[in-house]
Design a protein around this ligand. Sequence first.
Ligand code: GRF
Length: 201
Amino acid sequence: MLKIAVLASGRGSNLQSIINSIEKASLSAEIRIVVSDNKDAGALDKARKHNIAARFIDPASYGSKSNYEKAIIKVFEEKGIDLVVMAGFMRILGKDFIEYYQGRIMNIHPSLLPSFPGLHAQRQALEYGVKYTGCTVHFADQGMDTGPIILQAVVPIKDNDTEESLASRILGKEHVIYPEAIRLYSENKLQVKGRKVIIKE
Ligand code: GRF
């Protein structure tokens, strides 16, 4: 069974959607550990509630980004992790980490990439005036929200949308496509060819 580690900094609703998919058996995987860089992350509480190992690893305790990431790799290795799932992890992973887990790290972003990478993607979409936005699950590379795209879902923007109303509708779609992307990975159905991810269904 696929052994997953989740990296999260915040409330953990994507983590919860993955837990739910596993519990209702639509995803055959095991979350072996949740790691956060924020000791107050809701994601840690959500993991503990489901008897999943949860650890705050404090970036301030390590001299450098590279040492911090080495510490995370060590924990993941002890757990035999196959796939690293970033779910609202507010750090860009460095070269060594990305290379160590090459092709085995996923991220979710609340826009239709390559539009609106980085912070406040929903606000960026509203300010730009696009009619459609959405969310993207992609493999992580060394850039910010730049890796090969696995799945996307489209969300129409309403005239009276606020950042909050839009974020909440996008989140609804995130909770569908993230477990689905992990399922495809777990069933060996994702084939990366350059920038393209072919889905073998
Ligand atoms: C989501 O909108 C995700 O796309 C972004 O950060 C947010 C995390 O939300 N990367 P949650 O912690 O999973 O609820």
